[in-house]
Every structure is written in C-alpha cells, then in structure tokens.
Design a protein around this ligand. Structure first.
Ligand SMILES: [Zn+2]
Length: 449
C-alpha cells in the first residue's frame, strides 16, 4: 500500500511558502529561524528534533523518526540558506512567496526550500503510519551550504560523527527530466564535479607607458590566459556518464547503443553523444560533464587613474571545475603544462579546492529510485553528474553514498520557470505534490523492504 498523503498536499504548499518568507540569505544566514519552524512542525507528531547552532544564528535541524533499527538510517538532506536576491531585479518581492501563474515566486523556492518542505511532509506522513519502519529516517536541514557548509553539514560531520552511521542520503542536484529524442529520463545525481580555483600572477618590470615592451606583466598574463583556449581541458568519461549515455542510447536502439559504446571507447565524446540521440544543443550544454574546465572570472592590474604607468604585477582569478578522480596536483600540472611561461605563477586560490565525487549506481537506494520512477512516471532513471558542488562532499568524505533526486516534471510548452540562483526564481506548484508522492514512496519503500 502506498504512503498516504491525504491532507498533506495543500499543507506542503503552505510550508514551502512559509520557508521562503524566512529570509535565510547567506551571509549572514540566520538559518536558525527556519530550523525552529521545522522543529515546531515535526516534534508534535513524535519526531525527535534537535537544533544545533554552532554559531549564533547558524541553525541546523536534525529530525529523526525512529525505526526498529534493523537497517541503517536513510538521510533526507537539504540546506536552509539561500543566495542573495536584489528586489529591484525581481518582478515580485523575493521573500514574499507570492503565487502568480501557477508558481511560488521567491529566493530559495527551487534551491532548496521546495525539497526541505517535501522532506518535512514525508516525515509527517511516515510518522502517522503508526507502523515502525526498518530504519530511522533522519532529516538534516542545514546551514551555510552556499558558502561551503562550515556552519552546516561540514560542522556536523566534524563535530557530530555519531549522526553519520547511516546507509545513504538523498540530496538536491538531480531529479530533472531530460528529453532525448522520443525518450524521457529522470536524472539521479550520483556524481558531482569538484572545484579547484587558481590565482595567476605575472610579474615584470614596471615603467613608463610611452615605452612598450613585450615582457611586461599584463602581456605575460594575457598570453598565458590565451593558452587555455576555450577553457575545456582534459577530457574523460567518468563511470556515471558512461552508464548514463549507454542507457540513453539503448533506449533508442540496440544499434545506437553499440555505436555509442564504441565511440566512447575511442574517446570520441561529441560523436558518442550524437549516436546516443543528443542534438547539437544538448552536446554543447553537457560538454562540461566530460572535461576539467576553467573560466577566467577576475582580472586585476594597474589603475586607470595612472594610465601612463606600466604596472609591475598582473593577476587573474580562474574558477576551475574538476571531474571526480582529478586531484589539485594533477589539475595544476595540466594548467602549467599548457602555459609555457614560467614567469606566470599559478597557485590555488585561498585553499579553494574540493575533490569531485562519485557514488555507485549499484546501491539499493538507486534501485528503489529507479523502480518507483519506472512505475509512477513510466520513465527511466539515469545516473548523472552535477556541474556544481553541494553538501554531498561532506558525506562522501565519510564514504556515505549520496544521491541527488528531487523529481521535477517537464514544464508545459510555453511555460517558463527560473531555477537556482536566478532572478525571479520560482517553483511550479503542480510539481510539489508530484515530487512529494515520488520521493515519499521511495523513502517508504526503502524503509519497509
Ligand atoms: Zn542548493
């Protein structure tokens, strides 16, 4: 018998709106207010709640619905903080959660107060079952994800290790629908890229602007930057993407699958994607999934007030994103190999390095997700890589597999949304009960099987 959500669907909409109205812009965060809101919602039905506040205002909620303990707990994880929103760039106020055109508008509505609300309602539905589950279900709603998680998941992993004797976690980052040719897939994020940000410094002699020289710092730096081309570095097909492309191709035809696999083996990635059924747009959009990348995001040299002076130092800042398996050393080596100029120093910027990560698609939770989606959406789940980084990294460092799965249906033709970090971020209201039913069923099945 599936989990019963009667009366909870409308409540979910109210909860998501309430959460959006609690301004948790990070910095400063002030997530504790949202954590308290959730504790007040969950504790009356017998769910154990604890608010952990490692720094004033930086609140984390850990809520536990106790099971028999026969199996290890399932974690539903999510972050309470949001990125900044400038009201003048928005059509409606970003913290009012107004409803227009079938959407709840507001900062955090898709990243990720929707999922926080869904997890809370799943906890309520599981609590009223009145039947003990085979495992605890632990909801972790944490602070500070948008700034790395030092006051949130990172802190919990460091200081509350006893919370992490768990089977696996479901997180943000996946669940989007992906149409390839005639086939619809839902992505389950089982890998995410890491970051490796660098600062490049060129030094030269300063001097008078009336006397140009080839070896001045600004030219050394720009020549070096030119050597990284379009920013796509080493190409590699990680397991997650190999499985994904193979599944997509085999849904097309046995022949497409054979060709895709052969092309992947030859390292011909765009050709393999085309064989799997991606059009040119798709091939371009997902290109970062197969490369270490860099983007030049900052440049600094001189001062326009002294336009007649050659500056002795020029600096560039590069946002680097690395595939799972790549290391900081390997990545720096790649950059240095390309930049055949030892006058330009390349260093990691302010320790901004985090490895990418990958969880196995053989895990039981992945099977449960696949089964439920096959039954309820008539679609296949494919493993997928997230181009950004989430709090998953903290759990993966403990060896806990994490899967990003917040199912979202394709928007109807002509309807436009706006997702994480965008102005006018908004969540499609119709998707909320859909995601609730799917995720709820996944949690229920995983904890009763
Ligand atoms: Zn997020």
């Amino acid at each position: 018998m599936p989990l019963d959500f009667q009366g909870l669907e409308d409540r979910l909409i109210d909860i998501v709106r309430d959460l959006v109205r609690i301004d948790t812009t990070n910095p400063p965060g002030n997530e504790v207010e949202a954590a308290r809101y959730l504790a007040d919602l969950l504790s009356p039905v017998g769910i154990e709640t604890e608010i952990i506040e490692p720094h004033p205002g930086r609140g984390n909620l850990v809520a536990r619905l106790r099971g028999t303990g026969e199996k290890k707990p399932l974690v539903l994880m999510g972050h309470l903080d949001v990125v900044a929103a400038n009201p003048s760039d928005w059509s409606y106020p970003p913290f009012a959660a107004e409803i227009h055109d079938g959407f709840i508008w507001g900062r955090g509505s898709t990243d990720m107060k929707d999922m926080i609300g869904i997890s809370a309602v799943i906890m309520l539905a599981l609590a009223r079952l009145g039947q003990p589950l085979k495992r605890d279900v632990v909801m972790m709603a944490t602070a500070d994800e948008e700034q790395g998680g030092d006051w949130g998941m990172g802190w919990l992993v460091q200081h509350r290790p006893e919370l992490f004797d768990v089977a696996c976690a479901i997180n943000e980052g996946g669940g989007s629908s992906l149409q390839v040719g005639d086939n619809l897939f839902y992505t389950c994020q089982s890998a995410e890229k890491g970051v490796c940000r660098t600062v490049w410094t060129a030094r030269g002699k300063g001097g008078h602007g009336s006397h140009p020289r080839r070896d001045i710092a600004t030219l050394q730096l720009t020549r070096a930057l030119n050597q990284i081309g379009d920013g796509y570095l080493e190409a590699r097909v990680i397991d997650t993407m190999r499985v994904a492309l193979t599944m997509i191709a085999s849904a097309r035809s046995a022949d497409a699958m054979e060709r895709t696999v052969a092309l992947l083996d030859q390292g011909k990635i765009p050709e393999a994607m085309a064989a799997a059924g991606f059009d040119q747009d798709g091939i371009e959009r997902y290109r970062p999934m197969f490369h270490d990348t860099v983007s030049v995001t900052g440049l600094r040299a001189g001062d326009p007030r002294y336009i007649n002076v050659i500056p002795p130092v020029a600096t560039a800042y590069l946002d680097g994103r690395i595939l799972p398996g790549q290391t900081s050393r390997g990545f720096l080596q790649q950059l240095r190999d390309r930049v055949s100029n030892d006058k330009v120093e390349i260093e990691i910027y302010e320790r901004q390095y985090a490895q990418g990560s990958e969880s196995s698609t053989d895990a039981p939770i992945f099977q449960t997700i696949s089964q439920v989606v096959a039954e309820q959406c008539n679609a296949q789940v494919i493993p997928w890589q997230c181009q950004g980084a989430t709090d998953a990294k903290h759990l993966l460092s403990l060896g806990i597999p994490v899967y990003g799965f917040v199912p979202s249906r394709p928007l109807p033709e002509g309807v436009e949304g706006a997702g994480p970090h965008a102005n006018n971020e908004r969540v499609w209201i119709e998707n909320l009960p859909f995601a609730l039913h799917i995720l709820g069923e996944i949690a229920y099945r995983f904890c009763t099987d």
